[in-house]
Design a protein. Sequence first.
Length: 399
Amino acid sequence: MSQESIVPDELGDPALDPAEVPEPGAVTIVVPTFNESANVRQLLHRITESVPARLPCEVVFVDDSTDDTPEVVREAAQDCPFPVTVLHREEAVGGLGGAVVEGLKAASSDWVVVMDGDCQHPPSLVPELVARGERAGAELVVASRYIEGGSRAGLAGGYRVAVSRGATWLAKALFPRRLHGISDPMSGFFAVRRSAVTADVLKPLGYKILLELAVRSRPRTVTEVPFVFQDRFAGESKSTAKEGLRFLRHLAGLRTEAPFARMVVFGLIGLTGFLPNLAALWALTEAGMHYLPAEIVANQFGVAWNFLLIERLLFRERRLHRHWADRTARFALLANADLVLRLPLIALLVGRFGVAALPATALALVITFVLRFVGTEALVYLPRRTPKKSPVAHHQESR
Ligand code: GDD
Ligand code: MN
């Protein structure tokens, strides 16, 4: 990563008495940019007009561009009465969210405001976000489109509006407590106290960095300020359908972080496995196979179905330390052992402990389910103590 600080001459002059050098900004404005050369000059101009007179600031661009955005920023920074930094990343790890986390790490002020580089977020609101946070003693202040006085005027098209609404609803349904008091968890415009940012626990994946922060850093007090989402100044949104999929993976990863939540999802996926299992059993017996061997074969359809879903949704982040064939074999073994184990276990519960057949079966189902979950975690997806030479690096998220 290359870093370059452009400090206007009067601030950077080494002849100045250190006592006369202005305090570092009271707010660090972090701006992620991907090919925004037609916007950044305008953005810096608008920040210059509305922020420094009310609040000392510095601006940090975290750039993954393939165009000349960094050069344009450097040029425009010459006219700015505040320090401007450009961090250019060679690899866009984590996309937009990854860039913001780099900016959070580089920030030096008590408050950090994150905003887009395309002028959809009005810089005139920056001092207000910070002031509101100070007044409310909050750690996070969200600029929201969904409270009175806010609007999503600049969100182009009914399709984008519907997707944005659906995503908001889904996120709030999955995290009712963590997102309590945040009407717009999809917002890319917010202020956060630097002391509340736990950069090391963040695992950003794509656009929704506020969601990541709210769920993982758990800021104590949250408040909101309405804002009007403007039209883009120039160019087009960088969001794609692929970004939508990344959002779903991000949600799944956040939701299944806790072991208990993982077990619940594991169980739900297991339940859906009955469908292919029964369908195969029906087809095989229809074709004339005896039901016992058909049970065994049909079970494999359920196992394959579960394996695919579990790989995609549940253990996506943890599967790379073992070869896929190795994982498949272990998973299949565990899933079938479950079947073989259950019968003697029921016999034991009934014969030895005098449990009636029905509760014994239910108990055996629960026991083998938990065993299977624990076994799958430990034997298929737990990272080995001495991992092979960082296989993960090749699969890291990049644009
Ligand atoms: N560094 C970096 N790396 N910046 C990126 C990347 C990336 O991979 N992808 C996008 N950006 C930058 C863009 O250059 C822009 O400054 C900002 O992130 C937002 O990107 P847009 O492409 O303009 O996003 P949008 O307008 O569709 O979405 C915005 O509004 C949504 C709410 O509807 C964003 O603020 C979203 O976070 C927000 O959810
Ligand atoms: Mn935008």
